[in-house]
Design a binder for this molecule. Structure first.
Ligand code: PSU
Ligand code: MN
Length: 304
């Protein structure tokens, strides 16, 4: 693939590739646009370590110095987390960051593109982008959903945030041919909450079963991704009723401040952080770490 000529690997990821070790991709928008400093770097480091502890190698993905980095050296991670002019890069933005040299943080969509170019088939994140509430007016549908339909990477997420329209998000995933698997649950998890009231299309209870599904899909031509929806650990969850109040308030604030386009998700996340007195961040950290551990087990099962 042509994108391969733009990739630069960290020493840890290069070693893993040479030795056939399981690798898990991680996105960087969550670091630059999803969490405040310094919790963003601390979390990124913890998540990388969770993946190592579970027997795989982490590859945090970002654009730096006109290169698509697959794995960041610790000093690069620090530099990215503290940069102020980082571009949030989805599919539409990746070439801009690569051609101008502006640092770029990759969303789920762009991280999938990079992972696929680097032959990494499993990727852990917090929550995917989706169909926003009111999309029938705004047409705000995340490019993550289209990418899941075209790029063969398994994305492990804690469902989609309840600030999205979850039934419409599932419909668009289905239209794009994406299998959605509830991990150990019959219900689609809703990011901060374990439950959404919406059934998960499929359920699987082991990393091995998920790896078998991925291997089968690899035999199809032009197959896309798989979405694994992994509920937040019980002790860290914020219940649906409590979250609904904060989400409504955050969406109203975004409308009042006339926030649109790619600024919507970061704005609403930081409002919710304020409204929950920081509790939403603890939940966010717990669910990303939980997804990283599951992704490492899926990657190990695929490598076995
Ligand atoms: N969910 C989070 N934090 C985030 C995101 C999602 O809890 O930072 C990011 C992811 O990178 C996701 C992106 O791919 O937001 C979706 O943005 P948009 O809706 O603009 O496509
Ligand atoms: Mn959007």
């Amino acid at each position: 693939m042509l994108l391969s000529s733009l990739l630069s690997f960290s020493s840890e990821v290069r070693h893993a590739r040479e030795n056939g070790l399981p690798i898990v991709a991680l996105e960087s928008t969550i670091i630059t646009h999803g969490m405040p400093f310094p919790q963003n770097v601390e979390t990124a480091r913890m998540v990388e370590q969770d993946i190592r502890d579970a027997g795989a190698v982490p590859a945090t993905i970002a654009v730096m110095d006109k290169r698509l980095r697959i794995g960041l050296e610790p000093e690069d991670l620090d530099r990215l987390a503290q940069s102020e002019n980082v571009l949030k890069c989805s599919r539409a933005d990746l070439a801009l960051a690569l051609s101008t040299g502006q640092p770029g943080a990759t969303t789920v969509a762009a991280t999938m593109m990079a992972a696929s170019a680097a032959d990494i088939s499993v990727f852990a994140t917090g929550g995917i982008g989706g169909v926003h509430k009111g999309a029938e007016q705004s047409f705000d549908i995340s490019a993550d959903l289209v990418e899941l339909g075209r790029t063969p990477v398994c994305v492990v997420a804690a469902g989609a945030k309840a600030l999205l329209d979850l039934p419409k998000t599932l419909e668009v995933l289905e239209t794009n041919g994406v299998p959605v698997i509830g991990y150990g649950t019959d219900e689609l998890p809703a990011f901060w909450s374990r439950k959404s009231g919406i059934p998960a299309p499929y359920r699987m209870d082991s990393a091995e079963d998920i790896a078998a599904l991925i291997k089968t899909r690899e035999r199809f031509d032009n197959h896309g991704g798989v979405l694994v929806a992994n509920p937040v650990p019980e002790e860290a969850e914020i219940g649906r009723e409590e979250m609904a109040v904060h989400i409504d308030a955050a969406i109203r604030a975004a409308e009042a401040d006339k926030i649109s386009g790619k600024a919507v998700t970061p704005y609403v996340l930081s409002k919710i952080f304020e409204l929950t007195g920081g509790k939403s961040l603890d939940t966010n950290i717990a669910l990303v770490r939980n997804n990283a551990r599951l992704a490492a087990r899926i990657a190990a099962a695929l490598a076995a």
